[in-house]
Design a protein around this ligand. Structure first.
Ligand code: CA2
Length: 145
């Protein structure tokens, strides 16, 4: 039995309400239902969203202390939060996977989105596949071996 923490940063709570051309029309409840349906037996999906950097960092500590893999969409924090990067580094240092995900492909968007301060401490990065970015990440963190 394990729990996968699926952590979402600022403004992702508004998914489904605006910018469907960029982020699709589903909301976080839809995403949680997809991941729960995909999860192998014995894997619990714990999906959370916050606009608060400190809360997000606290959840990452929780993953480290509990031994939970992390799927992280840092949203705009991706591009500038060294505090979040330092917290994310603790996950891989603890021998746990942390997959950075994005719904859109930031590299195909504005220049400021081309930099991720998180990628260098992530186990892997998946971007540009809509909610399938998270589903692919779930496969990556739950596959045996
Ligand atoms: O593509 C992604 O998943 C992003 O992490 C989304 C972030 C953006 O800052 C990153 O560059 C790429 C923004 C999330 C904002 O989500 C909204 C959804 C609906 C309406 C307004 C914002």
């Amino acid at each position: 039995m394990t729990t996968v923490l699926v952590l979402n940063g600022p403004n992702l709570g508004r998914l489904g309400s605006r910018e469907p051309d960029v982020y699709g029309s589903g909301d976080l409840d839809d995403l949680c239902a997809l991941l729960t349906a995909d999860a192998p037996d014995g894997v619990t999906i714990d999906l959370r969203q916050t606009n608060d950097e400190a809360e997000l960092i606290g959840w990452i500590y929780e993953a480290v202390d509990s031994g939970f893999p992390v799927i992280l969409n840092p949203a705009a924090f991706t591009h500038y939060s060294y505090a979040l990067r330092d917290a994310a580094a603790l996950v891989s240092k603890a021998g746990l996977p942390l997959v950075e995900v994005h719904i859109s492909n930031p590299h195909a968007r504005e220049t400021f989105r081309h930099t991720s301060v998180i990628s260098g401490v992530a186990t892997g990065v998946i971007a540009g596949f809509g909610f399938d970015s998270y589903r692919l990440a779930l496969t990556a963190v739950t596959r045996a071996g």
